[in-house]
Design a protein around this ligand. Structure first.
Ligand code: S3P
Length: 422
């Protein structure tokens, strides 16, 4: 599918609510499978990546039902998954494969986790190595999927993550639930802490102290009942679209505002956009609220350090904003972007370059000079976020995006929701 958004003839205006957060959706489905009893989750998003977790769980013997955005699931408890020795397909979802690996190890289950050709290219030694330190029986193909997990007793360890990664942290937090002693994890940056918050809500003991976390083993977890907040990573594209169209004022209601995810709001406001939040409340131990963005003249910024970790999925959206800001935006200390659905540093630089923007690739980031993008035909390269990033550039220049159907992996409502603001 080729997507060409019409250039904005007037400011974007309005208020939208979004499908539930994908990171939380993966976790609620998997953690509900490990709970004793029935879980009910409202505002559950239905997209390619969330289907990956549900169908892998079904293969392992824990089916779920999704009707009118309400997910219901009967947990199997902290016992081995009912279907042993199966191959569970994780599609293109890194969160599915890495978190499931931890859950299979914790429950002494036996299964093979596999996925798309793209997923098979992503590094899995980052979970296999520490799982083995805990005593898990894990085999990979030269550090990649398929991953074979066999039952083995797990021990408590103290481990320093080499990179700030919520998927790795969550894999080990889950494995810790089935270990014979607590697991203490140190990480180099503030990756998203959804797993710790949700496990606490389910009755587990997870003690956090700055970038250190200790997870205690459990024998049982309470089921979940609640409403998922809107996905801030989807909101990022609508807010970025509003930021680049002068005069816009857009509100995204009931969106997740976990501080480990709100780097994008901090960066947009450092670039000059006016951002306010109201109606603060909590769901699943997560802060939620309404975010309003009003356009103002934008300027380039330097992004590095913890801000990169707190906005790790938002660089495609931010790169589009940088293309319409005055001056240069420089992103550094972001090498992890090379290990996403695509090498996002190379992909952002290549596609903004195709659209005529002045960009350059750094070993650990990229630069964009604002005001240089002219338009053209970009390619999504199999990356849902790149598709949406290039599409919003079309609000200010004649842009077509080839392969845009991939955005259905994460945000099938992207185009209708954006159109409702135009
Ligand atoms: C996620 C963690 C991040 C993020 C991904 C979702 C999660 O990945 O990029 O989209 O839900 O835990 P890493 O842990 O690889 O940084």
């Amino acid at each position: 599918m080729t997507l060409s958004l019409p250039q904005a003839a007037r400011p974007l205006q309005g208020c939208v609510t979004l499908p539930g957060d994908k990171s939380l959706a993966h976790r609620v489905a998997l953690f509900a499978a490990l709970a004793d009893g029935d879980s009910t989750i409202r505002n559950y998003p239905d997209s390619g990546v969330t289907r990956a977790m549900r169908s892998a769980l079904e293969t392992l013997g824990v089916p779920s039902r999704l009707e009118s955005s309400v997910l219901t699931l009967t947990g199997n408890g902290m016992r081995p998954f009912p279907c042993s020795g199966v191959v569970a397909h994780c599609g293109n979802s890194g969160t599915t494969i890495r978190l499931l690996a931890g859950a299979l190890a914790a429950t002494r289950s036996s299964a093979v986790l596999d996925g798309s050709a793209g997923l098979r290219k992503r590094p899995m030694d980052r979970i296999a190595d520490p799982l083995r330190l805990m005593g898990a029986a894990v085999a990979t193909v030269e550090g990649h999927a398929p991953i074979t997990i066999s039952p083995a007793p797990l021990h408590g360890i103290e481990y320093t993550l080499p990179v700030a990664s919520a998927q790795v942290k969550s894999c080990l937090e889950l494995a810790a639930l089935g270990a014979d002693a607590p697991v203490t994890l140190h990480e180099p940056g503030p990756s998203r802490d959804h797993t710790a918050r949700m496990l606490r809500a389910m009755g587990a003991t997870v003690v956090s102290n700055g970038l250190t976390e200790t997870v205690h083993p459990v024998t049982s977890l309470k089921p979940l009942d609640g409403t998922l907040p809107g996905d801030i990573s989807s909101a990022a594209f609508l807010l970025a679209a509003a930021a680049i169209v002068p005069g816009s004022r857009v509100t995204v209601a009931d969106v997740g505002l976990n501080p480990t995810r709100t780097g994008v709001l901090d960066i947009l406001s450092a670039m000059g956009a006016r951002i306010s939040t109201e109606n603060a409340h909590m769901e699943f131990g997560e802060p939620v609220g309404d975010v309003t963005l009003e356009t103002a003249p934008l300027h380039g910024v330097e992004i590095a350090g913890d801000l990169v970790v707190r906005s790790i999925d938002e660089f495609p959206a931010l790169a589009a904003v940088a293309a319409f800001a005055e001056g240069e935006t420089v992103v550094r200390e972001a090498k992890e972007l090379r290990y996403k659905e695509t090498d996002r540093i190379a992909a952002i630089v290549a596609q903004l370059g195709v659209l005529g923007a002045e960009v350059s690739e750094l070993p650990d980031g990229f630069t964009v000079r604002g005001g240089t993008l002219k338009g053209g035909t970009a390619r999504a390269n199999g990356d849902h976020r790149l598709a949406m990033s290039m599409a919003i550039c079309g609000l200010r220049a004649p842009v077509s995006v080839e392969g845009a159907e991939i955005l259905n992996e994460s945000f099938p409502d992207f185009e209708p929701l954006l159109s409702s603001l135009m």
